[in-house]
Design a binder for this molecule. Structure first.
Ligand code: GCW
Length: 655
């Protein structure tokens, strides 16, 4: 640790390779100054030089040749002993610099022809569910598992914002270029960020700007009603209010990114109050932002959270598609419809949301949840790279069509960062944030290779006495941790068997009879939600034919989603030849064993191999993960044994 904050994946050692070189930087501007300052610091530490007469080992130059410039792209080459990063724009130079950092010594080895590096996804954004005030139920950070906010403390902007600079640097180094500073649930104090407290947002923007990150703000759709008594998006006074307010925002923050809006969702106000559509609502804000180059991230997370559990026709999974598909083509150019990756709500296993493929005339951003609300709350190790990689690689029209990554104008992660000394509560959860940025830049990266990058940077040579052992241990603990988590919590696509409210730990029927939706329909004969067109809610029909056909069929549906799409008897035979009930038992026993093995691997690391505080934090969380996994196993197995009366084929203990 440096001071009381862990350096995450940018400890000084990670810059040794660049810091021991003779470097030339050509070009000017704020971001180039950032690169220069980074290199001066690293060279000061490791004996390299910046500038001077040469010869040089590393040249970073702004070429300014191409028109129009390609904003984030950089070209990397190495010839005659010189590594060269060329970029059209300062942002490209910044990303090229961090790419060289990531390569380490490999950037200075041999020769390689010029290769352009271009992000697959233009907007790579983290959104904070941070409140300015401490919310009586949700606290400072809604669904935050890493302490308080890095921006806000108890009603005010933090006096010491040095961590924001460190955070911006971490984000830029993995390619993130946008950040939203407050919760999508906008409460009274937070609503004032748009008006009376804009200075706070500007202060954050000033710290993010040198790292190429634009600031965005969550706003309340009802904001104009405070002055006008109405927020009707078709009322010209409301349009004028947004135009004026937005003009003031840009006068204060010229590179402001735009608004994020959660409307008509879980109690947040929206256009439905005035009988208007979500296109009317989004367009009103978009029109105000357009002259300044801003965008609205309009969330598609709209569903009925007051449904009657007796009503089997209402299916939360259908809601976003039902609401938004009729509006395709009606949104302004600077509206980005922000769609959660699954049709429900960040569960451990969901199919990809069919809405992503159903809005050809609308720009879409895909939202993932780095904060581990439903995946162990940063007490459990759950490396989400493999999940996100599956989502981004999913091809809604089948293998002939584009994958989700090719359809998305943006990728958004709900941040998992707080004021915790390790940033993310669980130190290994840092890898999720890193992987998010890297996969947004290049969705085809292998998530295990991304983990290797993270390991090299975080614990690279020089930082640990036995890098090979540490690497092997981290892979053993992390590579499969999402699937392990799935094994003990979410069999065959069943979600939401969590404690209502805080969502930690098992409660099989916790949500089954609530207004929020019904998730497993278990009875004595079988389990699962019938979402077929033939006999169920019809959700399977929201996919293009290639997948609609697969999901509709109880035989073709992939096992991991079987109970998401079908209600089947406990004796139903899976593709691997086992029955549903036996699968539930087996995976729960296996899941606990896997967690035990993870814990043993970690505790077998020789003392001193990693920072003792980090080692202890991970060890303590693995103990809790094991305790919790046992609880999950026992409750789920007991529940399904009691419902079905079917014994475990292996005679293991079920309570
Ligand atoms: O997953 C649910 C969370 C809410 C959250 C909501 C959303 C910010 O339980 O805490 O609210 O999703 O995404 O808007």
């Amino acid at each position: 640790m440096t001071g009381d904050v862990h350096p995450a994946w940018l400890p000084p050692e990670a810059l040794r390779a660049v810091g021991s070189r003779r470097v030339l930087i050509q070009g000017g501007g704020l971001l180039v100054d950032t690169v220069r300052a980074e290199l001066s610091r690293a060279c000061g530490r490791f004996g390299g030089t910046v500038g001077g007469d040469g010869p040089f080992d590393l040249v970073l130059k702004l070429s300014n040749g191409r028109r129009p410039p390609d904003p984030d792209v950089f070209v990397l080459s190495r010839d005659a002993g010189v590594t060269v990063v060329r970029a059209d724009e300062p942002a490209g130079l910044l990303y090229g610099f961090f790419h060289v950092v990531r390569l380490g010594e490999a950037a200075f080895d041999g020769a390689f022809p010029p290769r352009p590096h271009r992000p697959a996804i233009r907007r790579r954004m983290v959104q904070h569910w941070d409140n300015v005030d401490v919310h009586p139920v949700m606290g400072q950070v809604e669904r935050g598992y890493a302490g308080g906010s890095v921006f806000w403390h108890d009603g005010a902007l933090r006096a010491d914002l040095s961590r924001v600079t460190a955070y911006a640097r971490l984000l830029a180094s993995c390619g993130v270029n946008a950040l939203c500073v407050n919760n999508v649930n906008v409460h009274a104090t937070e609503a004032r960020l748009l008006t009376g407290r804009l200075g706070d947002v500007a202060a954050i923007a000033d710290l993010l700007r040198p790292y190429g990150i634009r600031v965005h703000l969550s706003v309340s759709f009802a904001a104009p009603a405070v002055d006008l008594g109405t927020a009707d998006p078709l009322d010209p006074r409301v349009a004028a209010w947004w135009a004026d307010t937005t003009r003031r925002v840009y006068a204060t923050i010229p590179d402001f990114g735009g608004y994020v809006v959660k409307a008509d969702s879980e109690g947040q106000p929206g256009p439905f109050a005035d009988g208007r559509s979500h296109a009317d609502g989004a367009n009103a804000l978009a029109a105000a932002l357009a002259p300044h180059g801003g965008v609205v991230h309009w969330r598609a997370f709209v569903y009925n959270h007051r449904q009657d559990w007796r009503d089997r026709g209402t299916d939360r999974a259908r809601a976003a598609h039902d609401h938004f598909v009729p509006l395709d083509g009606a949104f302004g150019d600077n509206v980005i419809l922000q769609v959660k990756h699954g049709p429900i709500d960040f569960q451990t296993r969901e199919p990809v949301s069919p809405l992503i493929a159903a809005m050809p005339a609308t720009r879409v951003a895909v939202e993932v949840q780095a904060t581990q609300e439903y995946t162990g709350q940063q007490r459990h190790v759950c490396y989400l790279g493999p999940m996100w990689s599956e989502v981004l690689g999913f091809a809604p029209w089948g293998s002939e069509g584009p994958p989700v990554a090719g359809l998305a104008a943006g990728l958004v992660a709900v941040s998992n960062v707080g004021d915790d000394p390790f940033w993310t509560g669980h130190p290994l959860a840092q890898a999720n944030l890193y992987a998010f940025g890297r996969l947004a830049w290049d969705p085809r990266l292998d998530p295990v290779a991304v983990l290797d990058e993270w390991i090299d940077l975080t614990f690279g040579p020089g930082a640990t006495a036995d890098p090979r052992l540490l690497r092997a241990t981290l892979h053993a603990v992390m590579d499969d941790s999402w699937r392990t988590y799935e094994r003990y919590t979410a069999p065959l696509g069943v979600g939401f068997m969590v404690r209502p409210g805080h969502h930690y730990g098992p409660d099989v029927d916790g949500y089954e009879y609530t207004p929020w939706g019904t998730y497993h329909f278990a009875d004595r004969d079988g389990v699962g939600v019938d979402r077929t067109r033939a006999t169920g809610t019809g959700f399977a029909g929201q996919y293009p034919p290639a997948w609609s056909r697969v999901y509709e069929s109880v035989h073709d549906c992939p096992d991991e989603l079987l109970l998401f799409f079908h209600h089947v008897p406990y004796g139903h035979v899976l593709h691997d030849g086992g029955t549903v009930i036996q699968h539930i038992y087996d995976t729960h026993f296996e899941g606990v064993e896997a967690v035990g093995a993870m814990r043993d691997r970690w505790s077998a690391l020789p003392a001193g191999l990693v920072d003792p505080a980090l080692a202890a934090r991970v060890a303590e969380r693995l103990d809790e993960q094991l305790r919790s996994a046992v609880e999950w196993r026992d409750q789920i197995n007991a529940y399904f044994f009691r419902k079905s009366g079917v014994r475990d084929a292996h005679g293991r203990r079920i309570h």
